[in-house]
Design a protein around this ligand. Sequence first.
Ligand SMILES: NC(=O)c1ccc[n+]([C@@H]2O[C@H](COP(=O)([O-])OP(=O)(O)OC[C@H]3O[C@@H](n4cnc5c(N)ncnc54)[C@H](O)[C@@H]3O)[C@@H](O)[C@H]2O)c1
Length: 457
Amino acid sequence: MHQQDQGRGSVSRRDFMKTSALAAGGVVMSASQLAGAHLTGAGEIKIGLIGCGGRGTGAAMQALSTKQNVKLVAMADAFRDRLDQSLANMSNPEYSDYTGPDGSTIKDRIDVPEEHKFVGFDAYKKVIPLCDVVLIATPPGFRPEHFEAAVAAGKHVFMEKPVATDAPGVRRVLAAAEEAKKKKLNVVVGLQRHYQTVYREWVERLHNGAIGDIHTARVYWNSGGVWVRDRATLEKEAGRKLTEMEYQMRNWYYYNWLCGDHITEQHIHNLDVGNWVMQKYPVRASGMGGREVRKGKDHGEIFDHHYVEYEYADGSRMISQCRHIKGCVNRVSEAFHGSGGMAPEPGTILTPSGYTIWKHRDRNDPNPYQVEHDELFAAIEKGEYKYEDATNGAKATMTAILGRMATYSGQLIEWDDAINSELSLMPKKYAWDAEPPVKPGPDGFYPVPVPGVTKVL
Ligand SMILES: NC(=O)c1ccc[n+]([C@@H]2O[C@H](COP(=O)([O-])OP(=O)(O)OC[C@H]3O[C@@H](n4cnc5c(N)ncnc54)[C@H](O)[C@@H]3O)[C@@H](O)[C@H]2O)c1
């Protein structure tokens, strides 16, 4: 099982250890050894965190656990309590066993004074000028705006997947990715399978023809689902009624402008592996989906299952399933079929008759979440331009959005129509008393897409 999407929701010690397993030892480089084009200050690589939730906290700890002389200098979150919790967790030795060669801990690498803690929708704008590398881990709806701003300011970026929730957002990220290329800014996207030994070895073999010409991919994220932050509990904690914007921002998973539905938010990992192995992006998709158990007022508008058939230009297919329903068979993985064999799960290659010709042996493989940062910060320190993940990140995101358009509408959707869609899911205005783009009806329930009726282009 290759289920990786840890670090979300409330952060347990176990989650931190999983997502921030640390490379022991390491060398803190001197100022003179730092050759990066975009570094400031006395040899430090300054990082700023935008989105201080489970994943942002984990990503910052991983950046602070690299061999480079990294310092966290600024943080932004929509909510002050999330920022404070993140800082407390990062500073807690319980959550990390990192020790630098000089005996330093993660806490020693954090220097975020009160005047560098920013809160609200505009907080990101204040973090970006203060750092060399921006870590972006908000809900994905905000990613295009934040990534664009980081690139415009000439900063290297680590950003989480997905990188948008609608086609206009994907196009903004693609345009900013071009700008980042021109400026030679390293960009790593948190599709961490690209940084995971088993996938790197498996995909290389598949690209080298281990199973011949690949005609079919099968990709899965079938699991029990994720957290729900219900309105009643949130209002009890706050001691007051929340505005609709506040509530949706807290319970962001269930609103498409923020999350993109779970086909985008989680299943993107597997769809991305499918495209990576096939070495192309789909040209059209059709599918079906709906909600069987997500029926409450706190379940917003997203589905709990999608089944999609993607078609590539040469007629090959990617068959995709994602489900968030407890009590069903779970599977988070990918499989490929070719003219000369099959690859039934990551790290395995079989002949057509089922004889195993290669199996990856996990020899204490490094944590891919850590590898992302180890490689990014090593490149930045050396002044190398090596990582351009944003274009693939945007097209992987678009693959998921294409699938969502197919399941919501019940139509056959062409990639070109989907990516050129002008339909924006984002609000016109960001403010706590502003109207979010989707609102509950008088009964408290949100409108849910209906295949055959819902328009998606
Ligand atoms: N690569 C992976 O395996 C992996 C795992 C978990 C999460 N993720 C991704 O990381 C992102 C964050 O997920 P999470 O689980 O940490 O969620 P989370 O809810 O724990 O954290 C998100 C944080 O962003 C803040 N935020 C929301 N809007 C903001 C804005 N406009 N400006 C600043 N801060 C804002 C929220 O208040 C919250 O603290 C998502 O895109 C998710 O898909 C990736």
